[in-house]
Design a protein around this ligand. Structure first.
Ligand SMILES: [Ca+2]
Ligand SMILES: [Ca+2]
Length: 428
């Protein structure tokens, strides 16, 4: 089971979008527990140099042609949803960062930044999480170590009032195993922005493309996240949008395009279990845009174990989600701070997995906590389809349970506290 090696998504050398994944367990048959080979700690991936910049202009002052002429850049693509915003290739040999700084202060340029890499927080080579994988089977019981999560948020009671029927949740991630038996019937058409096609499958190529010593460490992340949304909101539809490759790496532009695509194709909730610690102007703009259009963005807080903002979670309008374990004790890996909105279970979370195909696995991370909140939002929206992102946020936050008592040394660092889906649905 070579698959058991998929590990932490992190943001290695460059400011990649960090996805937050943790430990998964794989059990073959009903008995054998198989743990994959550990990833070599500290082996940072080697990302190719950034060769693109993202530029927004004021068309009353300048033109794209004038920018390209001045700086030797060439158009790669216009934004699919933002006016006057372009992805440009820098001239061969040019330093993208330096060029972005120069372009940013040119007349008529409103913003210019490098098209940085992004990754899920779990893909962090300094933090080795082991996926624990279980073979798929109808009726496979949720392991006891994982059952606390569903109880903590009052899911059985919530499901008596809502299962999320009629609400589409987009999972912007590594794709989803499209024929996974747990998910197949819930999936709607999605988009693969890594390969540029309509099949956002969550697959690996068997190669260590980023030369960090771990093969396809990103693959499986999106399937696991989608499986959590499905457990929380089994009546909701899931829209897979692939912006991260099998090494867990994507770009700011791909993430932004994925969010825009989902919002314009019917998603009411967008799950972003990845992020960047770097300059995220484009992501802030995109979150603002889709929020104004009535779409709620839910984002992982990150797995750095400290007060460190990650985008899109920290963007205005997005719901930032931290992680707690049993008893509402906050996870050692979770990011924290005044910018956090809520916390959700994120330790040893049992969900669908793609390696081997059709399996289940357990993992930990703020990437796992985030889809609990996305699923909760779907439960609320099924009851109140016209609710705005701000109204859904208000319901989720006002019904959350404070965690200060369980974490006295971290008072005020986890927003409104741990979500309570039963209370949220009852008050929706
Ligand atoms: Ca790798
Ligand atoms: Ca690969």
């Amino acid at each position: 089971m070579a698959s058991a090696a998929r590990d932490p998504f992190t943001v290695p050398t460059r400011r990649r979008l960090t996805t937050v994944l943790c430990a998964l367990a794989l059990v073959a048959g009903a008995t054998a527990l198989v743990t994959g080979p550990a990833a070599p700690a500290g082996a940072d991936g080697v990302e190719p140099p950034v060769t693109e910049i993202i530029v927004t202009i004021d068309p009353a002052v300048t033109t794209l042609a004038a920018v390209n002429q001045s700086f030797g850049t060439t158009l790669v693509a216009p934004s699919s949803g933002l006016a006057d915003t372009y992805l440009l290739a820098v001239p061969a040999g040019a330093d993208a960062e330096a060029l972005a700084d120069t372009v940013a202060v040119a007349p008529g340029v409103l913003d210019a930044a490098v098209n940085d890499y992004l990754t899920p927080p779990e893909i962090d080579q300094d933090r080795v999480y082991a996926w624990r994988v279980y073979a798929w089977g109808e009726g496979t019981p949720v392991p006891a170590e994982s059952a606390y999560a569903l109880d903590a948020i009052g899911l059985p009671a919530a499901h008596r009032l809502s299962t999320g029927t009629g609400v589409t949740v987009a999972v912007i991630d590594t794709g989803v195993q499209l024929d996974h038996p747990a998910l197949q019937s819930s999936l709607v058409a999605g988009r693969d922005l890594v390969q540029g096609d309509d099949l956002p499958a969550d697959t690996g190529n068997g190669l260590d493309d980023d030369a960090d010593g771990t093969i396809d460490e990103g693959a499986g992340h999106g399937t696991h996240v989608a499986g959590i949304v499905h457990q929380v909101a089994p009546g909701a539809l899931i829209m897979p949008v692939r912006v991260l490759d099998d090494e867990g790496s994507g770009t700011m532009w791909q993430a932004a395009e994925g969010i825009l695509w989902a919002a314009s194709h019917g998603a009411k909730v967008i799950n972003t279990s990845f992020g960047t610690h770097g300059s995220a102007g484009l992501l802030k703009t995109v979150v603002g845009r889709v929020t104004a259009d009535g779409v709620l963005v839910v984002g992982a807080a990150g797995n750095d174990g400290k007060d460190r903002t990650m985008y899109p979670a920290a963007a205005d309008g997005a719901l930032a989600v931290a992680s707690v374990g049993p008893g509402d004790v906050v996870s050692t890996f979770t990011n924290r701070g005044r910018w956090i909105d809520v916390a959700a279970p994120g330790e040893t979370i049992h969900s669908a997995f793609a390696f081997p195909a059709g399996s289940w696995a357990a993992n930990s991370g703020t990437s796992m906590a985030t889809p609990f909140v996305s699923g909760e939002a779907a439960l609320v929206l099924a009851r109140r389809p016209a609710a705005s992102p701000a109204e859904v946020t208000r319901v989720i936050k006002s019904t959350a349970v404070p965690v200060d008592t369980a974490n006295p040394r971290l008072r005020g660092e986890f927003g409104s506290g741990r979500i309570n889906a039963a209370a949220a649905v009852a008050s929706a």
